[in-house]
Design a protein around this ligand. Structure first.
Ligand SMILES: [Zn+2]
Length: 420
């Protein structure tokens, strides 16, 4: 099955002309058998190089056999050590050291981290890459954005989207279920990021697009409805999950950045990954995002209890710089710079009171933590701080500081104006 991307592209009522770099997405059993024909049709031929890790090496070798004539003969496959592999400057440098400067295109065969490293290097080397996802675990396959640990600080880089994606059912349907569950959490987290995007639209008049919003919302709803079937390993339901993750990436391409699919839930994860008030979490990215989602939702839902917002208004005195300095330590200057200008300064008490009913409407339009959690648990997703190696005692600090890891406006951020 080839996913029709043409209907999503082009000029839109939002005023933008939505571009999609990815030329084709093929999702079917045996999709890797079509790599040679499709890549040649896309004019990516000789001197390619496959990047994988020790967990996905067998798949990479199977792909290499299909396209051996078009690979760089001296080093056709680079195998990264899966143990300790992370999206970091160190791991990028290790991969980069293995790649010949003569390589003219890359193929990522693996899950999220392999894709992040490949996307970063393809962008740096100004060469195309193609994607072979080996598990429905992340939205990073067709995306454009790389979130990486760079000198300890979690930074977001613009990367390059794959020219083609080959999602082979024979591969991703047989991935360990833990990866699939992480993909479920990642998908459901879009409920929060979509709410955050709308929040930015109503308070700061940020650009917004119904077409992109509906694309993601429909994909997430279909995964939510299919959770028991995905958990049971139903092939069609698992395809729905993979498709939703791919569409999250496509929506990043359409919008030009990750605004629609990354909000407060992910800021919490970025904060935990910075190890400011905690030890390094011990979990997959999607697992952390699932816990971030429930933590963010529980906090945001408190706004629904407020009947008289004028009684809850706090005078905004700017960012809590002394606390930030003591907690973020050597990263404080970077965090401060990221937050300039402070987006909350433009939300006056009058604006907050005027927009508050709309804010409540946004929050109540997404599933609550109480509704989501049992479904996530039944589907094998991680839902508690302890599940990801964190102490729930850090939640107050996390809610206070995580909104500052990125300047991106969120429901969590605007709630700083209220006593809740
Ligand atoms: Zn649009």
């Amino acid at each position: 099955m080839e996913i029709n991307l043409a209907q999503l592209k082009g000029s839109c009522e939002c005023g933008r002309n939505h571009a999609i770099t990815t030329k084709t997405i093929i999702m079917e059993p045996g999709a890797i058998n079509r790599i040679l024909d499709v890549t040649e049709a896309l004019e990516i031929k000789s001197m390619g190089c496959i990047i994988c890790d020790t967990n996905t090496k067998d798949f990479a070798e199977a792909v290499a056999l299909k396209i051996s004539a078009n690979l760089y003969i001296h080093k056709p496959v680079i195998v990264l050590q899966a143990d300790g592999l992370e999206a970091s400057d160190k791991c990028v440098q290790e991969a980069e050291a293995e790649i010949s400067p003569y390589v003219s295109w890359l193929a990522a065969v693996g899950s999220g981290t392999v894709h992040t490293i490949t996307r970063f290097l393809a962008n740096k080397m100004k060469i195309p890459f193609v994607s072979v996802p080996t598990a429905a675990a992340t939205d990073g396959f067709a995306g454009t954005v790389n979130t990486m640990s760079w000198n300890g600080y979690i930074k977001t880089f613009t990367g390059v989207a794959p020219l083609a994606v080959f999602a082979d059912n024979d591969i991703f349907l047989n991935a360990p279920y833990r990866l699939t569950a992480a993909g479920i959490s990642e998908t459901l987290s879009k409920y929060m990021s979509l709410a955050d995007w709308k929040c930015g639209n109503i308070f700061l008049n940020e650009p917004f697009c119904e077409r992109v919003y509906e694309l993601i919302k429909t994909a997430v709803d279909s995964v939510f409805e299919n959770l028991p079937a995905i958990h049971a390993g139903d092939a069609e339901a698992c395809e729905t999950l993979m498709l939703s993750l791919l569409m999250a990436g496509i929506s990043m391409q359409m919008w030009g950045d990750s605004r629609p699919v990354s909000g407060g839930e992910r800021q919490l994860v970025q904060f935990w990954d910075m190890c400011v008030v905690n030890k390094k979490p011990n979990a997959l990215q999607g697992e952390k995002i699932g816990v971030g989602l429930l933590t963010a939702l529980r906090h945001c839902e408190k706004a629904l209890q407020i009947a008289n917002p004028e009684r809850k208004m706090l005078g905004y005195e700017g960012m809590p710089q002394s606390v930030m300095k003591s907690k973020f330590g050597p990263m404080y200057e970077s965090v401060l710079k990221e937050n300039q200008p402070d987006p909350l300064k433009s939300v006056t008490p009058e604006i907050m009171l005027e927009k508050f009913p709309e804010l409540q409407k946004i929050i109540s339009s997404i599933p609550s933590a109480r509704k989501l959690r049992p479904h996530m648990q039944a589907a094998g997703c991680m839902t508690k701080m302890e599940d990801i190696g964190l102490d729930s005692g850090i939640i107050p600090d996390s809610l206070m500081l995580a909104p500052f890891v990125r300047r991106r406006f969120t429901v969590m951020r605007v709630l700083k104006l209220l006593k809740i």
